[in-house]
Design a protein. Structure first.
Length: 594
């Protein structure tokens, strides 16, 4: 059974163009492709701290001038060479110029790779090597790490450039005279002759990589997903068409605090907003007070957030009450699931605001569903986008044809990526024999009272815990634990067990008011709390551990591999204590790492 877009959402007005680069779709002769008129659009990006902004016409000019400077410095010919030989990377806090560097690279047929500002030097160095980075854009607060990683990766110092961040973040520090800024490169470009136009063959935008995007796996080093120009354009069109059923077409301001190293910030917040004519108010990183002040000062209408940001607001109602948020009409939440309790609390906190949850993966560019206030179901990820189809496959590889029955979600959409960089086996493995992309998510479809299909995500299949052959959903336990008044955050992961196969263990962050609570007493209280609600195989037989904080990605996802490793260490410590301090060695014929 193939699940599709509800009938009340129109189909795409035209097929996503296949011979058009992203920057021309947004800044060229783009009104014929449905973009809000450039002259009537808000400035694409405004710094929420300094107020610095450039109009859409100015951004288009800056793209062209920066592209001239890069082409000259690196000897790149616009219409010669492979795009993967012209990779530039962005390792920076959010700024008004992060996307300018990406589009300038694509103007000369190159590829942009946005890297999390949270990366360590070894992680950054590894990433620069993997993508064969030629130029690195960073910001002054991250420059020491960027230079160290660049040196390790073989990127010359003269190929490291600075994007501007607000002086408030610099503590009086000045740009080194031997590191050029993007503005200086743009000034160079003014003195250079115009570049030749892109000469694309038919369908090149569907074949050519626009962005290398770090895919958030739960184990090992991240993979680099190749996202094409058509993928980005298609996803923008899909989201725009879906939202147009309820969204006021007049341009508004949006919150740009999500990192552009995550596709939700890169495409969803930044490029979708520009296509609509909206402006993005950029903040370098998330600070609750500063974010609320920015929303208030700029009268921002649409928030783009991840669940930890929503949770932070819910847990600080007195701080939120200091600011006027009456102009906020929508909050789009993605990257991970939002609990019912937090959603209800947010609804009361910011009245008149539609809370819109979506679902997607890096491999689908950004999203394949958005919620819609016109047909709301609590807990849903919304409807499939126009042009997107879904199927569910059971453990026995049988197609599911019923509502309310879970299976692995498979997706077919023009936004589905090209594959992974230098990873042929993973690229092939993610697709079914008939070309559908396997998401690895356990999901089900349910019908609303109006008869429309809604997607519900249950859990990651590879994160399901198998206790004596029975499935345990970490998300179900986590949401339940998070409802306890003494719990600020919770994560559930498996630990190996000889008899059960795996057992669930919970990591708990205590609520601030209970941070001095006796852990043994709280552990017993939480066990009783869970045992009253869940059957035997779902109980926390692996134990309850306490932590100051849970390791998270920039997108707010719990880093489960870190917790799994920690759970194994703590279990081993307890085992040694139980054997009187004697170290016990287990020998296994399989000595390969996970």
């Amino acid at each position: 059974m193939t699940f599709k877009t509800p009938s009340y959402i129109p189909q795409l007005p035209f097929a996503p163009p296949e011979t058009l680069p992203v920057h021309e779709f947004l800044f060229g002769d783009s009104e014929k492709f449905g973009r809000h008129p450039i002259g009537a659009s808000k400035p694409p990006f405004t710094c929420g701290i300094s107020g610095k902004a450039h109009s859409a016409q100015e951004v288009a000019e800056r793209i062209e001038l920066l592209a001239r400077a890069l082409a000259t410095r690196f000897g790149w010919k616009v219409n010669e060479g492979n795009e993967l030989d012209k990779v530039t990377c962005v390792y920076s806090l959010n700024t008004v110029d992060n996307l300018t560097t990406a589009w300038a690279t694509q103007r000369i047929n190159g590829v942009s790779n946005s890297i999390s500002a949270a990366y360590s030097v070894p992680e950054l160095s590894h990433q620069l090597k993997r993508v064969s980075c030629k130029a690195l854009f960073t910001c002054l607060p991250l420059l020491p790490k960027a230079l160290e990683a660049a040196a390790e990766a073989g990127v010359p110092k003269e190929n490291v450039f600075l994007v501007e961040v607000p002086s408030k973040l610099l503590g009086g520090a000045q740009n080194p005279p031997d590191i050029l800024t993007v503005d200086q490169l743009i000034d160079e470009g003014r003195q250079l002759p115009p570049l030749e136009p892109l000469a694309w063959t038919e369908g090149q935008g569907a074949r050519q990589t626009a962005f290398l995007c770090c895919s958030s796996g739960t184990s090992g080093l991240p993979k680099n997903a190749k996202v094409s120009h058509k993928n980005v354009i298609a996803n923008i069109m899909q989201a725009y068409t879906s939202d147009a059923t309820y969204k006021n077409p007049e341009p508004e301001l949006c919150l740009g605090v999500l990192p552009t190293s995550h596709n939700l910030g890169l495409v969803g917040v930044s490029m979708l907003s520009i296509y609509r004519g909206d402006g993005v108010v950029v903040l370098p990183r998330f600070d609750l007070d500063e974010t609320l002040k920015t929303i208030h000062d700029y009268r921002i209408g649409r928030l783009w957030m991840v669940p930890p940001m929503i949770a932070a607001m819910v847990k600080a109602p007195a701080l939120v009450a200091k600011y006027d948020l009456s102009h906020v009409n929508a909050a789009v939440v993605g990257a991970s699931s939002l609990s019912k309790e937090v959603a209800l609390a947010f609804d009361k906190l910011v009245s008149g605001c539609h809370l819109i949850q979506g679902y997607g993966l890096t491999e689908t560019t950004v999203a394949v569903t958005f919620g819609n206030p016109l047909d709301y179901m609590f807990g849903t990820c919304g409807h499939l986008f126009p042009g997107c189809e879904g199927r569910l496959i059971s453990d026995e590889n049988q197609e599911i044809t019923e509502y309310g029955k879970p299976g692995e979600l498979l997706i077919r959409s023009p936004s589905v990526f090209l594959g992974y960089l230098d990873n042929e086996s993973e690229s092939k493995g993610i697709f079914s024999e008939d070309g559908w992309m396997k998401t690895g998510d356990l999901a089900e479809f349910r019908q609303s009272a109006a008869g429309h299909d809604h997607l519900f995500i249950i859990d990651r299949i590879k994160e399901l815990i198998k206790v004596r052959g029975m499935q345990v959903s970490p998300a179900e336990l986590e949401h339940f634990l998070a409802r306890h008044p003494k719990v600020a955050d919770a994560a559930v992961v498996p630990i190996p067990d000889d008899s059960a196969g795996e057992l669930p263990v919970a990591f708990i962050v205590k609520a601030p008011a209970f941070k001095d609570e006796d852990e043994a007493a709280l552990r017993n209280e939480l066990h009783e709390y869970v045992n009253k609600e869940f059957s035997q195989h779902k109980r926390l037989a692996g134990g309850i551990e306490f932590a100051e904080a849970l390791a998270k990605t920039a997108a707010g996802k719990t880093q489960r591999k870190v917790l799994k490793d920690l759970a194994k260490v703590r279990a081993e410590e307890r085992r040694r204590k139980a054997t009187g301090g004697v170290e016990v060695f287990d020998f296994d014929s399989d000595d390969e790492d996970d």
